[in-house]
Design a protein around this ligand. Structure first.
Ligand code: FES
Length: 242
């Protein structure tokens, strides 16, 4: 989302050695993408509020000892940003390996095989093995809905589904319970999805899910594809109306 024009100032900064102009209020991620500089993301999705949970978009800012999430950091005048240092590449690999180790992401038997953002990210970051012990938890698969299925084993807790359900559909059916490795997506007051009185069965949650955690029922291995392109359009239409 762009800031209101009345308060917009022009800024200049440097990203990966390139001098760039942008408007105040824009995030490093927005500006980088507008300038064809790729920063990996998983929880970010244009059209939803920023969550800042996956930490894949971390960048270095000169003069700051800590890393900053590009999706949640606004640009400042004179900022010098680095998006692809060896340190960042190593951190990103480690994060994705941890996601694979935390739950059960066995791509060969997944309905989203070949259409999965986590799988694509592993390929992009050249991950060929996981250095951490697999936890192999036995988590719930909620098959109670007529049209959709939630497999907690494949969830990376990006909460895109929670955000799209509340912010775009306005149903607020989905939420998160628990913390850390025990966190899980729930429906209403933690009841089976099929018994939810608020779910409109719109399917938006399925379409924004980056993995095989939320899928349509009846899909076989490799058949599930997602279509999240509706989001920027819906957001634009809402802004135009308000
Ligand atoms: Fe920025 Fe996930 S994309 S923290």
């Amino acid at each position: 989302m762009r800031p209101a024009t009345s308060t917009v100032e022009s800024l200049t900064l440097q990203i990966d050695g390139k001098d760039i102009s942008c408007r105040s209020g824009e995030t490093i991620l927005q500006v980088a993408r507008d300038n064809n500089i790729d920063i990996p993301t998983l929880c970010f999705l244009e059209g939803l509020t920023v969550w800042g949970g996956c930490r894949l978009c971390m960048v270095e800012i000169a003069g700051s000892p800590k890393l900053h999430a590009a999706c949640a950091t606004t640009c400042a005048e004179g900022m010098v940003v680095s998006t692809a240092s060896p340190r960042l590449k190593e951190y990103r690999k480690m994060i994705v390996e941890m996601l694979f180790a935390e739950r059960n992401h066995v791509c060969a038997v997944c309905v989203s095989n070949g259409h999965c953002e986590l799988q694509n990210m592993a390929v992009k970051l050249e991950i060929d093995h996981v250095r951490f012990p697999y936890r192999f938890p036995h988590l719930e698969v909620d098959n109670s809905h007529d049209a959709m299925r939630l497999d907690q084993n494949r969830c990376i807790l990006c909460v895109r589904c929670v955000r799209v359900c509340g912010e775009i559909e306005g149903a607020h059916t989905k939420d998160v319970k628990g913390r850390g490795v025990l966190a899980a997506i729930i429906h209403d007051l933690d009841q089976p999805w099929g018994e939810s009185e608020t779910c409109t069965a719109c399917g938006k949650c399925v379409n924004v899910c980056p993995t095989g955690a939320l899928t349509h029922r009846g899909t076989a291995v490799g058949e599930m594809t997602k279509k999240a392109q509706f989001l920027p359009y819906l957001t634009l239409m809402r802004e135009a109306k308000s």
